[in-house]
Design a protein around this ligand. Structure first.
Ligand SMILES: NC(=O)C1=CN([C@@H]2O[C@H](COP(=O)(O)OP(=O)(O)OC[C@H]3O[C@@H](n4cnc5c(N)ncnc54)[C@H](O)[C@@H]3O)[C@@H](O)[C@H]2O)C=CC1
Ligand SMILES: O=C(O)[C@H]1O[C@H](OP(=O)(O)OP(=O)(O)OC[C@H]2O[C@@H](n3ccc(=O)[nH]c3=O)[C@H](O)[C@@H]2O)[C@H](O)[C@@H](O)[C@@H]1O
Length: 446
């Protein structure tokens, strides 16, 4: 554990955090590791708190275990719902990090702020002197799978809040705690609305970029162009930048969809119908990417009834186990509508989390495999639905093994980048290979 070099001047020692989910959990582990503080993470969900107390991080995020082991029950404590009042009352500083779901009610995107309001009321009741409306955001980073580095070396930490607070002792006390964050990465704005909208805007733009990119991939397939070449050229244009340029089965995860729907919600509330339509289209187009992929599979395989398809990767992106809004799950559901049998393998997702995503009537058509070879055994096709090193760098030997256990003809449908492999070599084994926006290879396509 680190010692805060500002300890002599430190004014905040006792922090209470409402919420012990993904955001709170990781931020508080990092904070407790770096600072001489006692943090009490509080939650209304007592089971989560039981996990934390037992030394289990109740979600998957790489690289935090070691830090957590050091701070648990030393600088990082836990409190169940019946401890909330006392912990708020004795805290020098309170963090609220509860979830605010966006729900679909009567076809409208509606933000449910019940949990935020409940938290606020808890603070008002038990610690009324600590009600300072200051928002802190880390908009440009803090992604699933890379949160450790994102929090350790943040590129932007944004404070949005009242001028009096941001120029006063409270801000400076918080800044002293965050001593490991580079001064050039800390920004203050006396305007909460703009800060919040900037955060939504970033995710809205990323979602729009991916949505348009997937449309370009669809056009590329229609005119038999090559998306690899297109991405390379587009990525060199500094106005666009080289990231978020990989087409596929659509974007997933908890954040891009949520923030795009939030933009719809705000635009709708302000009567900005054209603006709302733009983001509605972005979301519709994202679903279209899943459907296009499935149509490609059904079309190239000449129908799929009773055929077995191996699914490699179910999570929403590489290296994580999170299945929230995963387009891979939607692809599987659409394939099941075409009467296929699925064998699903994901290196990162625990087997127990996979089957529950499918309704009872189709579950008997789904098998959870323990290895890629087991998934591919007697399958006619493999769908690569999450980028994964194993599929990119497993080498030609890996694909030889798969080919040997599959039925013929054998297809690979690539819904992700997987650029580390020479697909022509894989096609030469005998596979028929089809990828989003790229020319087909193998069996009859050379
Ligand atoms: N700026 C950024 O980079 C990011 C921001 N976020 C934001 O952080 C917030 C939390 O998101 P997650 O951690 O993903 O949610 P989460 O669902 O993982 O965790 C929220 C936790 O709050 C608890 N909770 C709800 N009401 C409570 C109450 N009244 N008192 C105590 N605990 C309560 C829930 O039981 C749950 O365990 C959201 O507003 C989200 O938008 C999330 C990810 C990244
Ligand atoms: O608001 C948040 O919580 C976070 O939301 C996103 O982070 P995250 O949802 O973890 O995931 P991304 O890495 O942005 O990927 C989202 C989806 O887009 C897909 N994607 C990404 C890039 C790409 O080129 N192609 C592509 O299809 C990914 O596979 C994934 O399904 C933002 O990138 C973070 O900056 C932000 O802090």
């Amino acid at each position: 554990m680190n010692q805060n070099p500002n300890q002599q001047n430190q004014d905040i020692y006792n922090i209470a955090c409402l919420g012990s989910g993904y955001t709170a959990g990781l931020t508080m582990i990092m904070m407790a590791f770096h600072c001489d503080v006692v943090i009490t993470m509080l939650d209304v969900d007592n089971e989560d708190i039981d996990d934390w107390e037992a030394g289990i991080i109740p979600f998957d995020e790489p690289n935090f275990e070691h830090m957590f082991d050091q701070v648990r029950n030393v600088r990082l404590m836990f409190g169940q719902s019946n401890n909330i009042a006392a912990a708020l009352n004795t805290a020098d500083f309170i963090v609220i990090a509860v979830d605010n779901p966006i729900q679909r009610i009567k076809k409208k995107n509606t933000l449910n702020l019940t949990k935020w309001k409940d938290s606020w009321e808890q603070v008002a009741m038990h610690a009324p002197d600590k009600l300072n409306p200051t928002v802190v955001y880390n908009p440009e980073f803090y992604s699933l799978g890379t949160a450790f580095n994102d929090l350790q070396n943040p590129r932007q930490v944004i404070f949005g809040g009242d001028a009096q607070i941001l120029n006063g002792p409270l801000f400076h006390n918080v800044r002293k705690l965050m001593y490991w964050v580079d001064q050039n990465a800390v920004f203050r704005y006396h305007d909460i609305k703009s800060v919040v909208l900037a955060k939504l805007g970033i995710n809205g733009l990323l979602a729009s970029k991916l949505s348009i990119l997937n449309s370009i991939a669809s056009i590329s397939a229609a005119v038999e162009a090559d998306m690899n070449t297109i991405m390379e050229i587009m990525g060199r244009d500094q106005r666009l930048g080289p990231t978020y340029l990989t087409p596929g089965i659509g974007f997933g995860g908890p954040s891009l969809e949520r923030d795009t729907r939030l933009l719809c919600h705000v635009a709708q509330n302000k009567g900005l119908l054209k603006e709302e339509q733009i983001y509605t289209k972005v979301l519709e187009n994202n679903e279209a990417a899943e459907k296009r992929f499935v149509n490609m599979v059904v079309d190239k395989m000449n129908g799929t009834t009773n055929k077995t398809i191996a699914i490699f990767g179910l999570a929403s992106k590489h290296g994580i186990s999170d299945l929230t809004n995963s387009p891979a799950i939607q692809v599987c559901k659409l394939l099941l509508d075409h009467d296929v049998y699925l064998r699903i393998y994901d290196l990162y997702v625990p087997n127990a989390h996979i089957l529950g995503n499918f309704r009872r009537g189709v579950q008997e058509r789904v098998v959870v495999a323990t290895s890629p070879v087991q998934a591919a055994t007697n399958a006619s096709a493999i769908c690569l639905l999450t980028d994964c090193d194993a599929y990119q760098h497993g080498g030609i030997q890996f694909y030889n093994q798969l080919f040997a256990v599959m039925t013929q003809p054998s297809y690979i449908f690539n819904g992700r980048q997987n650029s580390g492999i020479n697909w022509q070599d894989v096609a030469n084994i005998g596979f028929s290979i089809h990828a989003v926006g790229r020319p087909s290879r193998g069996l009859g396509f050379e």
